[in-house]
Write a protein that binds this ligand. Structure first.
Ligand SMILES: Cc1cc2nc3c(=O)[nH]c(=O)nc-3n(C[C@H](O)[C@H](O)[C@H](O)COP(=O)(O)OP(=O)(O)OC[C@H]3O[C@@H](n4cnc5c(N)ncnc54)[C@H](O)[C@@H]3O)c2cc1C
Length: 281
């Protein structure tokens, strides 16, 4: 049960409060996950990020900087946010939730049906994070989102200040499968690449697989870049060896395998078609 609610007045004060409260303290952004019935978050002390001015989007020298407190609705309507991220924000079908849910909260949440993480990983997004060491030294870092995701325990005391997209020509394609627009997704997939001289480079494929987690299909990524696959369907064959699927209310393990495999082939085919046209849709 929540016994203390503090309005954060500065980033440093938020971090100090978190450090003092150890595991019982957490930050609250939009609150859609923390306040959700059945949420895993069980903090007794909450620090609000509402007043820290972290809710702006700007584009400087081609880099899109999205404050951690930016809501899904603001992202959807922004003219500077790339269309692939606007599309992913649209995966949240509830207007009420989209008006509250933030990009920082979504990244930190690491849900296995995450709306945004596959897209952000495929886009090679970066995070600006802040933390405070035991001796009180304040530190800000710009790290790949991939690193935050892979070493989550290491960053559990960090505050996400912003998400940055610095690959202006990156192509990212998304697909999400759920029974209804409001339901939990069985699979959310994103395929990202740079297009150079008609070929796909720096391929990154990330998926949120319900019951399994957020995964990267590294074998498929490497196979595509090494030219191992004659047809997109050949890439799909590899998916089963990279992911352990489970059955749940969103679908059986074999259904999820089918969805992920066929959508990997589909997005790869679309990526090849874009590459042929030099990246133009
Ligand atoms: C009915 C319902 C269905 C949902 N379905 C989905 C779904 O299908 N997919 C999905 O991805 N989400 C879903 N959510 C969860 C939620 O709406 C989103 O994940 C949302 O983006 C969380 O953002 P928030 O700002 O509301 O986070 P909050 O609830 O405020 O916080 C979530 C977590 O992130 C931490 N946090 C927040 N901001 C930061 C920060 N800047 N730095 C570090 N840690 C931070 C908090 O301490 C907390 O642990 C659902 C929620 C509800 C109520």
């Amino acid at each position: 049960m929540i016994s203390e609610f503090v309005r954060g007045e500065s980033i440093r004060q938020v971090l100090t409060t978190l450090q003092r409260g150890k595991n019982s303290s957490g930050v609250i952004a939009g609150g859609t996950e923390i306040m959700r019935l059945g949420s895993r978050a069980d903090y007794t002390n909450l620090v609000s990020l509402q007043n820290l001015g972290l809710d702006t989007i700007k584009k400087v020298n081609g880099v899109v900087h999205i404050g951690a407190m930016t809501t899904f609705t603001t992202i959807r309507h922004s003219e500077v946010v790339p269309s692939y991220l606007r599309e992913a924000a649209g995966f949240c079908a509830s207007f009420a939730k989209a008006n509250m849910a933030t990009i920082g909260g979504n990244v930190a949440n690491l849900r296995d049906d995450s709306y945004l993480l596959p897209t952000l990983i495929a886009a090679k997004a970066r995070l600006i994070i802040a933390d405070i060491s035991v001796d009180g030294t304040y530190n800000e870092e710009n790290i790949p989102l991939r690193e935050y995701h892979e070493f989550m325990d290491h960053f559990s005391d960090s505050l996400i200040l912003a998400v940055e997209l610095n690959r202006k020509d990156r192509v990212v394609l998304n697909q999400r499968f759920s029974r209804t627009a409001h339901g939990n997704a069985a699979i959310t997939l994103a395929f990202g690449a740079q297009i150079e001289e008609g070929t796909l480079k720096e391929v990154r494929i990330a998926a949120a697989v319900k019951g399994t987690g957020i995964i990267r299909l590294k074998g498929v990524e490497e196979g595509i870049m090494d030219g191992q696959f004659l047809e997109p369907e050949d890439a799909a064959m590899m998916v089963g060896s990279e992911v352990a699927f489970t059955s749940d209310v969103t679908g059986s393990a074999s259904y999820k395998k089918y969805l992920l495999s066929s959508s990997v082939a589909d997005l790869y085919r679309k990526g090849l078609a874009l590459a042929e046209k030099g990246g133009k849709a």
